[in-house]
Ligand binder design. Structure first.
Ligand SMILES: Cc1cc2nc3c(=O)[nH]c(=O)nc-3n(C[C@H](O)[C@H](O)[C@H](O)COP(=O)(O)OP(=O)(O)OC[C@H]3O[C@@H](n4cnc5c(N)ncnc54)[C@H](O)[C@@H]3O)c2cc1C
Length: 409
């Protein structure tokens, strides 16, 4: 952990947590993340893939439930400790950090909405399982509606259009039909999902409802894992719903509460992406710093050339600024949300946009400082650059998110 800790109030216990997470990230996540990056999407999710063992190890260590209270089986960490652990995991591998972060989605949402039946059905079994046998995801975007879905709660940006997944009432049950986009992170390996759906006849993305459900119900199928440019260790794919019957209690957010819950969820997720992007930028900076001290050109290590140092200083500044912003936002918003108080979405949005743009710039500079070697798979910086690009689109493309943030000022 080659950075100056500005927070002098960090306890010994928090440092130990951070160091343990760093060890796991360096010894397990970094090498496996690189291995998965080079595999085909089908190989990444195959039963013999190291992905499953890594997720199992992370579950055993509690990294897939850092914020959940101890009485439910979580680590019960405060938001700052959770941030410290999350930054280390994503430093090891942005994609695998994403797998671990998203896995708890259904359980965490069940707990956040406080619905006793949802807690019984979705939170308790997840927190009790430490063998990686339960994994969640969040299916919100649709093939024809990406930005439309994440801007739904912003006044003036609501979109009236038919959704591609619709819920209709049938007695005491709900019937779901349609599909979600190929971008649903964890979908190919998930056992459960949270899904945002339009109620039949509503025709609007700000009047949807949210269900939690297991993915082994009759009528559910999945598309093939997506073959993509970056975040290749984070499997993504479609989920199809063919007249899937759900009991009423699995609708955990009704249309009247939809906008508020979406805002809370994006507040938490954008804060998480800001942390992941900071970690990725740090990983790229550290690799570039080490490389410039080894590579000799002009008769000396390139680190000693002033223009190289100037670029490293720019990268260093972006990493430190990202950490300060993303950590502050994460701690503030996760503290508020876990207390049941509203968070500040535009701050999480600012963190997501700033930190992912910073990660993209840092990763680009890291590749350039590696010269031709930066283009090869001999060095991880080319993967960092692809991963950074994907983060600028995850959870809302940055220009779109900036528009959402600006509308909230
Ligand atoms: C790594 C990664 C992880 C992801 N994880 C998930 C996940 O777990 N679950 C899930 O459901 N989805 C997930 N997504 C999908 C992601 O949320 C969408 O890709 C994103 O919201 C953009 O939607 P889109 O791809 O449909 O692009 P579009 O919405 O088609 O946007 C294309 C371009 O048009 C611009 N644009 C669109 N609408 C407007 C507007 N109204 N005004 C101005 N400009 C506009 C955008 O800014 C963008 O530049 C993930 C994506 C990535 C890359």
């Amino acid at each position: 952990m080659d950075f100056l800790e500005y927070d002098l109030t960090i306890t010994d216990e928090q440092r130990e947590l951070q160091q343990a997470a760093h060890k796991f990230a360096a010894e397990v996540l970094r090498p496996v993340g690189i291995e998965l990056d080079r595999m085909t999407p089908a190989e990444v999710i195959a039963p013999e893939s190291p992905l499953h063992d890594v997720y199992r190890q992370a579950s055993e260590l509690g990294y897939s439930r850092t914020l959940a209270p101890v009485e439910f089986g979580g680590l019960g960490l405060d938001p700052l400790s959770s941030y410290l652990v999350s930054e280390e995991l994503s430093w090891g591998s942005m994609g695998l950090g994403g797998v671990i972060f998203l896995a708890s989605n259904c359980a965490d949402v069940a707990l956040a909405v406080g619905n006793p039946e949802a807690i019984e059905d979705f939170a308790l079994p997840y927190y009790a399982s430490t063998d990686g046998s339960i994994c969640g995801c969040w299916a919100i975007t649709e093939p024809d509606h990406g930005s439309d879905t994440v801007s739904a709660m912003v006044p003036g940006m609501e979109v009236k259009a038919p959704g591609q997944i619709v819920a209709r009432r049938d007695g005491d049950d709900w019937i779901l039909s349609g599909q979600k986009s190929a971008w649903v992170s964890n979908a190919p390996i998930a056992t459960h999902t949270m899904v945002n759906v339009e109620i039949a006849g509503a025709n609007s993305f700000d009047e949807c409802a949210v269900f939690l459900l297991p993915l082994d119900l009759p009528g559910i199928s999945k598309g093939p894992p997506l073959d993509k440019h970056g975040a290749r260790s984070l499997p993504q794919g479609e989920i199809f719903f063919d007249d899937v019957r759900l009991p009423r209690r699995w609708m955990i957010v009704e249309p009247s509460g939809y906008s508020a819950q979406l805002e809370d969820h994006l507040t938490a997720f954008n804060a998480g992406v800001g942390c992941g992007a900071t970690a990725l930028a740090r990983a790229a900076y550290e690799c570039a710093l080490a490389y410039t001290k080894e590579r000799i050109q002009g008769g000396k290590p390139i680190f000693e050339h002033q223009s190289v140092r100037a670029r490293l200083f720019r990268m260093f500044s972006l990493v430190q600024a990202s950490r300060s912003l993303s950590r502050g936002v994460y701690v503030y918003n996760l503290t508020r949300l876990t207390r049941g108080e509203p968070g500040a979405l535009h701050h999480s949005t600012a963190s997501k946009v700033f930190c992912t743009n910073a990660a993209l710039e840092v990763a680009t500079l890291a590749v350039q400082l590696h010269g031709g070697n930066g283009m090869t798979k001999e060095y991880p910086v080319e993967m960092f650059l692809r991963d950074a690009t994907s983060l600028t689109i995850a959870d809302g493309e940055n220009a779109m998110l900036a528009q959402i943030g600006a509308s909230m000022l």
